[in-house]
Structures are given as C-alpha cells and as structure tokens.
Write a protein that binds this ligand. Structure first.
Ligand code: CMC
Length: 429
C-alpha cells in the first residue's frame, strides 16, 4: 500500500504522497503544501530538503556508502580512471572501448583555449587566487562559443561538456603558470588527462617535466574520488543556476565560486594550512584539538565532519591508503602526515568528535598527496574543481533534460520590520 503523510494543522488535515527512491530513501512530497495549506517549510541549510530527484550518485551517510551510477566508489577507485568515470557520470554508463576512445579524442581535440584567452590571464595580478581566475575564465570561455546560448541538441551537449572538462584543466595550468611568472606550456595530445595537467603545470619550454607515473596515478585517483557527490553546496549551485536556463559554462563557473569556501572545497587548502600551523608551533595536534572543541576559538578541525557522512567518509579511507602508498613509493617522509595521523587518532577517541559523529572527510589526507606531487597549496581547491566537473556537467544535464524542472526559487520566512513609512532625511536622527 502506498504510504501517505498526514499533516494536521489549524484543526484540518492534509495528505501528502511519500516518494521512495531506488535505494529506499523516503521523502514527503510537499510540492502542494503552500497551495493547499498556506504554509511553507523552514529548513536552514537544507539539511532535510530534497531539492531534486537524481540518477547520478547515491550516498548513505550512516553506512559510509558512495556510488556513482550504482557502482561503489571502492571498485571504481581500484579499477577505473578519472576519464572513464567522467563518462560514467556524464553519459550514465561505463563506456565501451570505442566510446571511451571517442570521448578521449573529443577531450584531446578541445584541449586548447582560444589563443586570445591568453591575454585575459595577464589582467590578473600574480597574487590572484587561482579559484577566482578559474571561475572568471570558465565564464569567459563561453564567449567563444556563441552557439552555447542557442543550440540544445544531444551532440551539441557532448561537445560543450568535452570542451569544459578538457579546458578546465588547461585554464587551471595556465592560471598556475601566470601566478608564478612562468611561460605558458601547451597541452600535449599524446598525454593522458592527468599527466597532461602535470605537464602543463611543471614542464619548461626547454625541458619536459619528469612525469612520475605514481604521481599521475595518485592525482587521477583524487579526481575520480571528487567526481560527484550529489547535492553538495557547489552542485546545488550549478543546478540552481542551470534552472534559470543559464548556459553550461556560466553554471559551472558559479559552481567554482561555491566550491571555493573553506567549509566546502576550500577545506583541502585549509587542512594543509592547519597542519603547517601545528607543525610550526611545535604542537603534536593536542592543542589544536582543544581549540577546535572550543566554539569561542573560531577554529575547527578542518578536514573533519560532513553534513551527510555520520560515519567514516569512504573517500577518506581510500585517500589515506593512497597517501601512504605514494609517499613510500616516492620515498618521502612528511612530518605533516604524522601530525594528520595523530590528529585523526586523537579526534576519533575524543568524546566531542564521537558524540557529533565527526570523522575525517575527503579533504583530510588529499593535501598531503598533492604536496608530495609538488602542487602548491593555493591550487588544491582548483584540483577539487577539476575533479568535480563531471558531476557538475551531469547535474546540469539532468536539469536541462528533465521535463518537470522549474526555476529554483526557495521561499523565506520574513523576520524584518513590519510596515513602516519613508521619513525625509531631515526628520531622521
Ligand atoms: N571541528 C570541530 N567541530 C565541528 C567540526 C569540526 N571540523 N565540524 C562540525 N563541528 C561541530 C559543530 O560545531 C557543531 O557542534 P554543536 O552541535 O555543539 O553546535 C556540530 O559539530 C555539528 O556541526 P555543523 O556545523 O552543524 O554541521 P554541518 O553539517 O552544518 O557542517 C561541515 C558540515 C563539513 C561544514 C563541518 O563539519 C565543517 O565545518 N567541517 C570542517 C570543514 C571541512 O572539512 N569541510 C569539508 C567538507 S567535505 C568536502 C566537501 O564535500 O565539501
């Protein structure tokens, strides 16, 4: 029998349908609530609000489960690559060999920016944060594809998606080179996606970067683990912008801005800065943990806690192992890794963190991997943005292809002054 939620208010009763997802998650469909009752719901931070129905990613935060299109993240991390996973997320299925070749070729064919874009980089100060450059330049790229604003066919979408996924990497590398006063290095068509980013970031005009396969593999894994994460702040932003029928590049640029904040993607930079601070001050982490528990200190244990995971973030487990593997293969000993492990151990046995179900999240160990590869800390969130691009593109597509999608327009409960009248300036105190 179909479940119905009953609401009793003002002596009357209303019925609302219950929607059940394929993984048995249940939601009360309140789309008729305001029309029927005059009430709206209030849910600060949307912790209890399903904003859409989606077929892309499943998370069970209580059990620490993450699946892209039904496939567990652990299997993908072990067996797949970022580009194959990007195809899975955007196109909805794992590609055949021919499909993967076609997709990779499309990315390679579209990896160059319009040459005049190079001059745009020169307008930024060298100390500009690369997330600001990334967001601006993604939006600026749309100017070179006027058809973005008009055409909406499936083939056209694939081309735009490939352009965005490929060029976000080129923009990221160029932003880094500009910030260091280094000459631009163009992509090499024979290199794979992640290796090509490292080449563009670190080669010199007269000398190719010494590409270590272990480093490229670890970075590819970071991209893969970040590829989608259902309705997080930046993805919800992309969907919100897309709902107004803004183009794909504009929607993704907005996603970059949302990701930048330290409570979201900016946390990977914040984690490393926190570890550096602890190291500098000769603390083993105990003092910082104490401060993180004190609301008045303004500190949080960065890389800990998650809105959805109330158990170990499955991505953190994979990244922690990858971090150990990479450092041992590259023969690097990093005191920050020791501090991170000590912090984790101390937090996981501390009642403050246990009671609040705060576990390491994806950002806790990823910075140590990036540092080992030589990626500077201000680029960490940019790396997250490159990784998240398939998720943003797939969510954009869902919005555009859904026949029921409406413009996103939440309501509010007004708490400001009641009616008051305009007073001429001379009469004001
Ligand atoms: N350190 C110390 N206390 C914390 C932390 C933390 N990292 N995270 C949450 N708390 C406390 C918080 O103060 C609150 O305590 P109380 O109930 O006594 O008021 C309780 O735990 C619940 O926290 P919340 O802020 O209501 O939880 P939220 O779901 O709104 O926030 C979060 C989730 C990820 C923003 C938060 O845990 C946080 O700020 N973590 C640190 C930043 C971070 O690592 N962000 C990356 C998230 S994963 C990557 C991504 O997808 O963006």
């Amino acid at each position: 029998m179909e479940d119905i939620a009953e609401l009793k208010l003002d002596g009357k009763s209303w019925k609302f349908p219950v929607v059940e997802g394929t993984e048995k998650e249940r939601a009360i469909d309140i789309s008729a609530l305001r029309n029927d009752t005059g009430y709206i719901t209030l849910d600060d931070g949307y912790g209890n609000t399903g904003s859409c129905q989606s077929q892309i990613t499943f998370i069970d935060g209580e059990r620490g489960i993450l699946r892209y299109r039904g496939i567990p993240i652990e299997e993908l991390a072990e067996k797949s690559t970022f580009i194959e996973v990007a195809h899975l997320i955007i196109m909805g299925r794992l590609p055949s060999s021919a499909e993967l070749r076609r997709f990779s070729d499309l990315l390679t064919d579209n990896e160059l920016l319009n040459e005049s874009m190079k001059h745009h980089f020169e307008g930024f100060p060298t100390f500009a944060h690369p997330m600001a450059i990334l967001s601006s330049m993604i939006n600026a790229s749309s100017c070179f594809y006027p058809e973005l604003l008009s055409e909406n066919s499936k083939e056209h979408f694939e081309l735009q998606a490939a352009r965005l996924l490929s060029q976000v990497r080129t923009i990221a590398a160029f932003a880094y080179r500009w910030s260091r006063g280094l000459p631009i290095i163009y992509p090499k068509p024979d290199l794979k996606y992640t290796a090509n980013l490292l080449h563009m970031m670190f080669s010199l005009p007269y000398q190719d970067y010494d590409l270590k396969p272990e480093a490229a593999k670890a970075l590819d894994l970071i991209f893969l683990l970040h590829a989608d994460h259902e309705q997080n702040c930046s993805t919800a932003t992309v969907r919100m912008v897309a709902s107004s029928r803004a183009n794909l590049f504009a929607s993704a640029a907005a996603g970059v801005c949302a990701l930048w904040g330290p409570l979201h993607g900016g946390a990977n930079q914040a984690v490393l800065e926190m570890l550096e601070e602890i190291h500098r001050e000769g603390d083993d982490g105990s003092r910082f943990i104490k401060a993180a528990k004190d609301k008045g200190s303004g500190k949080r244990l960065m890389g800990f806690g998650h809105r959805v995971y109330k158990n170990y973030d499955p991505r953190a487990r994979i990244i922690k192992q990858a971090c150990d593997d990479l450092l041992s293969k590259l023969n690097i000993s990093d005191p920050l890794l020791d501090i991170a492990k000590h912090l984790e151990e101390a937090a996981l046995s501390d009642s403050y963190f246990i009671e609040r179900k705060l576990y390491p999240n994806v950002d806790f160990y990823s910075g140590i991997i990036m540092r080992a590869i030589g990626i500077p800390v201000e680029m960490f969130t940019v790396i997250f943005a490159i990784g998240r691009m398939p998720g943003w593109i797939a969510n954009y597509r869902e919005v555009m292809e859904s026949s029921s999608s409406r413009i996103s327009r939440p309501r509010q409960v007004y708490m400001g002054p009641t009616l008051s009248h305009y007073r001429p300036i001379k009469e004001r105190k």
